[in-house]
Design a protein around this ligand. Sequence first.
Ligand code: MG
Length: 367
Amino acid sequence: MLANKLSAASSSATLFFNTRNKFHFAKKIPSIANPFFCNSLRPITEWSFSKKICSRKMSVSRNVGPRASAEQLQDPDHLIDYTETFIFDCDGVIWKGDKLIDGVPETLDMLRSKGKRLVFVTNNSTKSRKQYGKKFETLGLDVKEEEIFASSFAAAAYLQSIDFPKDKKVYVVGEEGIQKELELAGFQYVGGPEDGEKKIELKPGFLMEHDENVGAVVVGFDRYFNYYKIQYATLCIRENPGCLFIATNRDAVTHLTDAQEWAGGGSMVGAVRGSTQREPLVVGKPSTFMMDYLAKKFSISKSQICMVGDRLDTDILFGQNGGCKTLLVLSGVTSLSMLQNPENDIQPDFYTNKISDFLSLKAPATA
Ligand SMILES: [Mg+2]
């Protein structure tokens, strides 16, 4: 039964972009069917992208059809044997805030000793990969920058994948992580934290100028979000022909402190969506962009990946949309009662308390 479950790759709805020489977002997108991954409704009119992207397919909706209830993980060795790559979400799986979750170093060491590839994916765009690398180091974990995929990086990688023109600019609603990744990829940007101080003065005839050379607006979590940024982003998206609206994620809440849930990146994205009436193109979880990118980069089959996360609507859906196995850990935001609530229809393949259960659970004795 376990083997059947492991080998059953989920099918997901896919979207094929234009297969001819030109690539236009709006024409091929069935738009708002999916709340998690939607694209611009307005066609790109100013430039076209290369054929590089034309063969790409991206999942645009979550898997449909009933899924069996999640099974409690009983035999981690079996799961490990069937898995070539483990993708771990970070907060709630590896750490909580700035505190490492018990047993994580030993578990990662064990998986590496068995030759497993480990990848760490986060929707948090406030840091770059390099900055995340430092966080891993501070927590005593030996994780290389190439093994980290933050949504800040995903935004830059997406622009690279579509050959976004280097003479165009990106307007950033977000923090330093996005700026650093855009810089590394060689893109020009404006905005970011420095616009957090800017105010508007509403006097008669006041008109806000904006840069007509902005070809993309990237919106991520931003503690310094304000009306100036909303208006600037809105002007770029509405008035610059073909300007892209890219969201690092649409998370409703985030965990800035352990005392309560805080408004997440989805709140900033929602504001710009509200004023532009445009749907963003989401590059973070649960959209499949990062999964497709990882599978291509490491030449791995998605059916040999296990996505491990603590959130159903991002991590588990991300794994399912990508056709991977999924393991929910209860060390973060999802409790067993939330998982088993009849209203929850996102069921991972397996669930367990924390990733160090990989070490403590014993495989059942064989006759
Ligand atoms: Mg998490």
